[in-house]
Design a protein. Structure first.
Length: 377
């Protein structure tokens, strides 16, 4: 789960890492007010889940609050890698002397956390890997021993850091390692980690990926996810623990198993329809989960028809059929619905639906064709 730079910086600050003073703003006017309060030269930064914002024009300096308003107006609403900018981070500008790269992430092959550092910060690390592979330092960390003193000393030496600057740098590295482990990150990255003209270390940028499977240990991060997700239907689906992805068509899809649902999306598209969503209702679902899932799909008012595609394995088709009928009693679906049941107890399932107003299909192809026909006339 990705979080925004301003959220990541709040976490870094809690762990005692040096970050520039600043505040998030949801409008250009608020950005101006933040700049006014900071009372100095500021940098206005687009908050989107993508890197390379600098190059895309999403990061601009402003000398006065009026200028901050002007650049904020330019940045807000712009698109960076297809993501619309809805928030800005307004921070005190930094007097940059040198830019470094520092991150912790998981090396799946080594089955260990890896520290990655470089004296060539500021550009994306993939780019450094291509242009200056010799300038990338990698240190693997034993999960039982943690980050060791000698590793920090080796790192400082490799980066040619000495004296107080090396000492302060080691503190930054240790703290970032604490962030990485204690917050259950899959990535904690500072790029650039700036050495200022005043010989201070400052995290100019921050990127954090949190392990969603560890969210149960971090209830404090759940609101971060909600703030990150901009689609209200996806937010609602997540609250209900339903795997759901919102798409922009009008054919509602409900299936069991990710592979089957993906294929269903393809089939509907092949027949000329446009799916409105991906939704995996899961195995062994009862009528309440079916109803809950249908409610989520129908939150999208563009949905003009539903295709329910179930392969009965652990789920029994008669149970699913009961679920659909029960859900219908509570919801009174008014749009066309096509149901395809196949697998365990399919005859019983189809028999249950026989008297209903729902159209049935023997195969996935037939079901896809039928729902598209019903919607388009
Ligand atoms: P990114 O392009 O999305 O990675 O955003 P960054 O926050 O890393 O900013 C890109 C670059 O802007 C940095 O590498 C700096 O070289 C440059 N920059 C110049 N002045 C400033 C400043 O005051 N603050 C920050 N954060 N970046 C600055
Ligand atoms: Mn950056």
């Amino acid at each position: 789960m990705k979080i925004y730079e301003y959220q990541a910086k709040e976490i870094l600050a809690e762990f005692g890492l040096p970050v520039p003073e600043g505040k998030v703003a949801k409008s250009a006017n608020t950005a101006q007010k933040v700049a006014q309060k900071l009372g100095k030269r500021v940098v206005v930064k687009a908050q989107v889940h993508a890197g390379g914002r600098g190059k895309a024009g999403g990061i601009k300096l402003a000398d006065t609050p009026e200028q901050a308003l002007e650049v904020a107006n330019q940045i807000i609403g712009m698109k960076i890698k297809d993501l619309k900018v809805k928030r800005l981070l307004v921070e005190e500008a930094i007097n940059i002397s040198k830019e470094y790269y520092l991150s912790f992430t998981l090396d799946r092959k080594a089955k260990k956390t890896v520290l990655i550092a470089s004296s060539e910060g500021g550009v994306e690390i993939e780019e450094v890997a291509e242009t200056h592979p010799d300038k990338i330092i990698k240190i693997h960390i034993d999960p039982f021993l943690g980050l060791q003193g000698f590793q920090l000393r080796n790192l400082c030496q490799a980066l040619h850091l000495e004296g107080d600057i090396a000492k302060q740098f080691s503190e930054v590295v240790k703290k970032l390692y604490r962030v990485y482990t204690e917050c259950d990150c899959t990535l904690a990255e500072i790029n650039p980690l700036v050495l200022t003209g005043e010989a201070q270390w400052l995290a100019a940028d921050a990127k954090m990926d949190l392990d969603e499977n560890a969210l149960f240990r971090h209830p404090e991060f759940i609101p971060l996810r909600e703030a990150s997700e901009t689609d209200p239907i996806e937010v609602e689906a997540h609250k209900r623990h339903i795997p759901y992805v919102h798409l922009d068509g009008n054919v509602g899809i409900l299936g069991n198993g990710a592979g089957l649902v993906m294929t269903t999306l393809d089939m509907v598209s092949r027949e000329g329809g446009k799916p409105s969503n991906f939704l995996d209702v899961g195995g062994g679902s009862n009528w309440e989960t079916v109803k809950s899932s249908l409610e989520v799909v129908l939150m999208d008012k563009k949905v003009k028809g539903l295709f329910i595609n179930i392969f009965g394995g652990i789920s029994r088709c008669d149970e699913v059929a009961k679920g659909i009928l029960e859900a219908d009693k509570h919801m009174n679906l008014k749009i066309p619905v096509v149901i395809r049941l196949s697998g365990t107890n399919e005859e019983e399932g189809r028999a249950l639906l026989a008297g209903s107003r729902f159209a049935s299909a023997e195969s996935m192809e037939e079901g896809a064709k039928k729902i598209v026909e019903l919607i388009h006339g």
